[in-house]
Ligand binder design. Sequence first.
Ligand SMILES: NC(=O)c1ccc[n+]([C@@H]2O[C@H](COP(=O)([O-])OP(=O)(O)OC[C@H]3O[C@@H](n4cnc5c(N)ncnc54)[C@H](O)[C@@H]3O)[C@@H](O)[C@H]2O)c1
Length: 182
Amino acid sequence: MKGTRCVQLHGRESATFVYLSDVLPTAWQAVEYAAIPDGGTVAILGLGPIGEMASRIAQHRGHRVIAVDLVDDRLARARSHHVEVLDWNDHDDLGEAIRELTDGRGPDSVIDAVGMEAHGSPTMGQANVKHWVDDILPLLTDDDPLGVDTFASHHIALDDLPDAYETFQKKEDGAFKYVVNP
Ligand SMILES: NC(=O)c1ccc[n+]([C@@H]2O[C@H](COP(=O)([O-])OP(=O)(O)OC[C@H]3O[C@@H](n4cnc5c(N)ncnc54)[C@H](O)[C@@H]3O)[C@@H](O)[C@H]2O)c1
């Protein structure tokens, strides 16, 4: 497609720039707004696509990332790139667990990537997608520092969508992010 760098990965097509419409700017804005100090620590609650990408962006900027989720394969995914993960199921007091990891002082910043619908909630807002594109584009290079080329858990055909929705909703089969190849 014109303007889109597509690469072949293990026989699958991966559209590198597809996440510019959603995951990348949303996660980028979360990290920007978190205002993590240089070399600081951020706690990220939720390791869905937004929390996972926010963890990669924060690491890319040299921050320490501690993240929480309760889905095994999401915890494993983050652990695989050296995020310190906490399983929500294993801790009665997550705040205390995070303080223990940070010499009692807690993280410098927290990103809530568990989420809720933004509309109707005046404390919340949609990601300002276009605003961040120029900042993100230089990172969508062949060496792929944010790992976007392998970010999708599934590449599917349009006909597979009905089944895929059900699998995705139940978080089965490692369902994390689908790229649909029409
Ligand atoms: N343009 C935008 O502004 C924009 C774009 C994309 C997503 N979002 C929002 O960002 C949020 C996250 O999106 P997503 O796609 O990553 O969602 P997701 O549902 O895939 O991920 C949320 C994660 O939080 C975990 N979780 C649930 N309860 C938890 C708890 N108590 N503690 C820790 N983790 C917990 C879940 O297991 C899941 O992995 C949603 O609210 C979504 O609406 C906004």
